[in-house]
Write a protein of this length. Sequence first.
Length: 355
Amino acid sequence: MIMEQPIPIHIKDHINPKHVLMDFIYTILISTLIAAFLTYTGITTKSFIMNLIVSQSFGLSFCSIITFLLWIFNPEKTASLIFIVVIGIASGTLIGLQVGSFVLRQIFSITLGQAEKSLFQVIILAITFGMTATYFFYSRSRLEVSKELIQEERIKRLSSEKEALEANLRLLQAQIEPHFLFNTLSNVLSLIDSNPARGKSMLVDLIHYLRTSLSRTFPDRITLDQELGMIKAYLNIQKIRMGERLRFKIELPDEIRKHPFPPMLLQPLVENALKHGLEPKMEGGEIMVKAMEEDNLIRVEVIDTGLGFGSFEKTGVGLGNVRERIKLLYGEKGRFIVEETNTGGVRAIIEVPKQ
């Protein structure tokens, strides 16, 4: 017993206006080539025009009938498909013969039997054409399905890679936020006895910071306006602790305020500038955070007037996370640069593609 095997193509997906139109175009081209071949080899005694009429009659009949039968029955087994093709070729041969004879009779006033030595020869040619054309379309359909399967596998692979990337990014972000939280809580605790008013003010800013942070925990992107708003809240907290030793300025043009930006990407840079640049310096200093648009890039700079590279943490967890996140998110299109300024401070630069 021969067991029916599933068809490796999706019939319903193939029967759509675009595919049907392409099938008919291919049928017309193949029929034209067959007519030219028959005329050149002398297999038939007709002219090229007469061969073309007969060839197109058979070809279009095969294509129309088989397409109609596939659309009606939508076979799911190979044996069912073969049966439909056989019926389509047989029906197409009879209909094509009638259509070809009718057209020849109307244009040239001759019958197909007069133009051929044997009607059997025409039928054999028609069946051969039908089988060849059917195999061509079947092979083309399998090729399309193979491409679809490859694309589906590619999408699945990319989805898996995306999930792994998102998990890695969340891990990197999770390493940053507790570090800041514990430091700030320690500062609040130390101020409770020495300066309750400042401790309370810092706690209020911390609550505001955490509320804003938790409200955007899940998005992969926030806006530059939101990110720099977080930086402002963070610097306000630090200013309570450092007093006049800390001055800061934030510059953000209106035209890029709503531009998407990864969350918590700037905070490690500002924290590093404070901890290693301004805090060890007796008189403190200034931090400037400014965003700008250059060509197709968004450039954000964190500049401090601290002690420079001498005490700057260039390879710590915070900056390492920033570098890794930019690499994961943007590949070669993103850049993270740390350089010393002319005045002895440090400039940390993040460049990400605008689109």
